[in-house]
Design a protein around this ligand. Structure first.
Ligand SMILES: [Zn+2]
Length: 312
């Protein structure tokens, strides 16, 4: 993921500011019933991923973690589709890639797509990083979003959805260089070009990225607001109904280059739920102790409620 603190986003803040009612505390509707979700189990799923070691494409840890994720999802979903291919990098390296798509009610026409990236970054090259050539453990960057999807899958196994649900783990999001747009978003780009069915068109989708920080603040990411404003509206309204309006703030956020961008370009209405305010981003300190079960609980409740509300 890469954000762009440019004039465009400042402009957007200005535009969105007009006509908006004010702070989060204002006009909060009666709290909705909280859907079942186990934040502690999600935290264990972060721990399990990190225990494989950094999930850097081309490494044994990446292969083993991918096998584990497939097995976990096969135990929950109606069907799991693995897209496997080889990505040749700009530097000429061949990388084995896998997107993992867990499907509930795979023939249902009305469906929702949830996305997270399961790879972790090969280099902890954040500005000021003490070990810029070491790999990123990826507890929050990658691990947290995957954990949300694994726990959503477990909940849906217990209480199957009335609608179709697709949980997509994409590979190779964080491999290369965002500045030059080289070897990044590899899996989401592949998925956009290899949709699971002709005319595949979920009602909407949500990318969950960096969703485990102990102080969650999700601003409304600018590409999402521009590309699928009704989905932003839906997810934030659900969060606020659940009483999670402090985390899901109505503030306009930056433009972020993330896995939702290739999907939006393909015409899928996918937004990005992301917390940029994470001091350990792309450092060796993106470790499990930085991830909070309480935050995962909050985000997971929103993810589940968005699905359950469609069933009514
Ligand atoms: Zn990253």
């Amino acid at each position: 993921m890469r954000f762009r603190p440019l004039i465009a986003s400042v402009l957007l803040i200005g535009l969105l500011g007009c006509g908006r009612g004010g702070g989060d505390a204002e006009a909060r509707p009666a709290e909705a019933v909280r859907p079942a979700f186990d934040g502690q189990a999600a935290l264990e799923a972060v721990r399990a991923q990190v225990a494989f070691g950094p999930r850097v494409p081309g490494t044994a840890a990446h292969r083993a973690a991918g096998d584990w994720l497939v097995a976990q999802l096969r135990a929950s979903a109606d069907t799991v589709v693995v897209q496997a291919w080889t990505h040749r990098t700009a530097g000429g390296v061949s990388l084995p890639m896998r997107n993992i798509l867990a499907r509930f009610r795979p023939t249902a026409a009305e469906r929702v797509l949830y996305v997270a990236h399961w790879d972790s970054r090969p280099h902890a090259d954040a500005v000021g990083s003490v070990q810029p050539t070491a790999p990123v453990p990826g507890a929050n960057d990658g691990g947290s979003g995957v954990a949300i999807l694994l726990e959503v899958a477990r909940q849906l196994r217990g209480a199957p959805p009335a609608i179709g649900v697709d949980l997509l783990l994409v590979d190779g999001e964080d491999y290369g260089d965002f500045d030059t747009d080289t070897d990044v978003l590899i899996g989401s780009r592949y998925f956009a070009e290899h949709l699971p069915a002709p005319g595949y068109a979920p009602l909407f989708g949500v990318l969950w990225d960096m969703v485990g920080d102990s102080l969650p603040v999700f601003e409304q990411e600018a590409n999402s607001v521009r590309g699928a404003p009704e989905v932003v509206q839906r997810v934030w309204a659900t969060a606020q109904r659940l009483g999670h309006g402090a985390a899901f703030t109505n503030r306009a956020g930056l433009s972020i280059t993330d896995d939702h961008v290739p999907l939006l370009s393909k015409g899928l209405r996918v937004i990005d739920v992301i917390d940029l305010d994470y001091p350990w981003h792309h450092t060796i300190d993106d470790t499990v102790d930085k991830v909070s079960a309480r935050t995962l609980q909050l985000v997971g409740e929103v993810a589940m409620a968005v699905l359950r509300e469609l069933e009514r």
